[in-house]
Design a protein around this ligand. Sequence first.
Ligand code: AMP
Length: 221
Amino acid sequence: MQPIIILMGAPGSGKGTQAKLIAKAYNYGHISTGELLRGLEQEKPNDPKIEGVFADMKKGVLVPDWLIYDLAFKEMDKYLAKGQGVVLDGAIRNLEQAKAYQEYFLTKGLQLTDILVLEVSITEGESIDRLTKRRTCSDCGEIIPWSSDTKSITTCPRCGGELLTRQDDNIVTIKARIEEQGNEVLKPLVGYYQQLGVFAAVDGMQSIEEVWRQVDVMLKK
Ligand code: AMP
């Protein structure tokens, strides 16, 4: 199995859920740049360079690339130094980022054969439906996707915290996120990774269990 698994997909595609399943099954480090950014916000940093970044996140706008590299490369360094693989969750959302990560991988001696890019694909309508229904733990940030199994859960299954709707999971921001981070925007990225010969896609419209079954088969190839 490749040491670097890159998960991409429109907001609400389930890439975060699959990333967690991969990390758990294979003891990989899970790097979600969204979570890293929300963690940074909690620290209330007094840094003029990132002024406006958290407001942008709440509007569904992408944050500056340099901040993503700052957060994600540091995390990746830690896992790779321990010899652990890494699953990147939403950490690459435009072509510039994809190229910068490729350069980073080269500096770590990682080849194309060490990388697998998986797109979890869903329709725009499904993105909207899922994001308006999912909930997030106000304490630990765990995201609880909506499903027949989770719809009646009232507290976080991980820490018992209160479940709320994430600030950017409102219809105005969801539409902005789809515009900024949806299937159309991902197309050049898909083309780039297809050309590198490292791309595969899974149909994210299926149940979490079925998507995971198919992802696991792809990982074991
Ligand atoms: P997520 O939790 O993955 O939905 O990400 C939440 C927000 O963080 C996004 O709407 C963006 O504003 C920001 N973000 C996360 N990852 C990236 C990235 N790779 N590039 C730019 N912005 C990002």
